[in-house]
Design a protein around this ligand. Structure first.
Ligand code: NDP
Length: 322
């Protein structure tokens, strides 16, 4: 089968198309013939070696497709079932072996591409708005990189809750998408001072919560635009990691809270995985949540997908098609 391997960690050039044997299912696994694999910013961190995985490895954390083989202990799934998954490394490939307890059934009405696009970013936006800081009607949220994959979903979920959304983006095209997703206000944080703008838009009061997947370039000012006892939910670092931080600042800036959550701890049990996945997939099926899937690449063009994602050229979801 064809797959995209990382033979050694580094820049986009390390992504290598290889021909390797189709994996075989262990007793607790099912092999999935992948229809679509999601590209996520976390793949960049894995490729660069920011996470401890020893090369060579197949990249990719998310996929959907049809089961082609089941292991001897697997009772809940059979060959031919349509499934999706996230959190198992190796989805940039034609086939992947997945522990059966990590699989989610794809409901009727959801396409393979929608399923692949929804798992990682959808469940992330879901846990951030419902568990990490359960946003409430009438509250104000600041959402950075609001036209990105997680960003567009965060905006929609926040609006569905009834919150006011202030979004940041870098371009006019992204501003339009953020507004279409429901953002009440949009700030161009590369040319405008988002601290001054957020204060202006909140009459100096600040916001209840910030969902920040950008990190290095936004972090310092985030601390100045939260209300007293506000929450900074730092969930990523697309601009680079946040440097070490003096916790005393949380007191002086208003008894603030900071958390650095990850999806893995929010889908650790089968129950939580199934509940979050069905919440997201059902919201898509009912039209409550819209996915933007405009960036679709053949598997062999993984390098281009990464270049586009890191170059801030993309909006919404990126998919690789084996
Ligand atoms: P996005 O589609 O949001 O792409 C990243 C966006 O970040 C860009 O489009 C860009 O938007 C913005 N950005 C700001 N500064 C930079 C920079 N210097 N270089 C590149 N991009 C920059 O990616 P994802 O939706 O896949 O992920 C968003 C964030 O969420 C990432 O940090 C990711 O790691 C994190 N994440 C965290 C999870 C968790 O559980 N903790 C799970 C899933 C994702 P603009 O041009 O508008 O500035």
């Amino acid at each position: 089968m064809k797959a995209i391997q990382v033979p050694k960690t580094g820049g986009v050039e390390v992504l290598t198309l290889v021909d390797i044997p189709v994996p075989q299912a262990k007793p607790n696994e099912a092999v999935v013939k992948i229809a679509a694999a999601g590209v996520n910013f976390i793949d960049v961190y894995f490729r660069e070696g920011r996470y401890p995985v020893n090369p060579p490895f197949i990249l990719g954390q998310e996929g959907s497709g049809v089961i082609s083989e089941v292991g001897s202990d697997v009772k809940d799934f059979k060959v031919g079932d349509r499934v999706a998954y996230t959190g198992v490394t190796g989805a940039y490939a034609e086939y992947q072996a997945i522990p059966a307890n990590r699989l989610v059934r794809v409901p009727v009405g959801i396409t393979d591409r929608q399923a692949a696009a929804a798992m990682l970013q959808g469940m992330t936006a879901q846990y951030l708005t419902h568990s990490t800081y359960p946003l409430k009607k009438g509250e104000t949220a600041l959402i950075h990189a609001a036209a990105g994959g997680v960003g567009l979903l965060l905006v929609q979920m926040s609006k569905n809750i009834g919150a006011r959304v202030i979004a940041t983006v870098s371009t006019e095209e992204k501003a339009k998408l953020a507004r279409e997703a429901g953002a009440d206000e949009v700030i161009f944080y590369t040319t405008q001072d988002f601290e001054a703008e957020t204060k202006r838009l909140t009459d100096g009061k600040g916001v209840h919560v910030i969902y920040d997947g950008v990190g290095q370039t936004t972090f310092e000012k985030d601390l100045n635009v939260l209300r007293p006892r506000g929450y900074l939910v730092l969930f990523g670092a697309s601009s680079g990691p946040v440097p070490p931080f003096d916790l005393g600042k949380l007191a002086t800036k208003g008894s603030l809270f900071i958390t650095r959550p990850t999806l893995v701890h929010h889908i650790a049990t089968s129950e939580e995985l199934q509940q979050r996945a069905s919440d997201v997939l059902n919201s898509i099926a009912s039209g409550k949540l819209k996915l933007r899937i405009e960036y679709i690449y053949p598997l062999k063009d993984a390098q281009k997908a990464h270049r586009d994602l890191e170059g801030r050229k993309t909006t919404g979801k990126l998919l690789l098609i084996p």
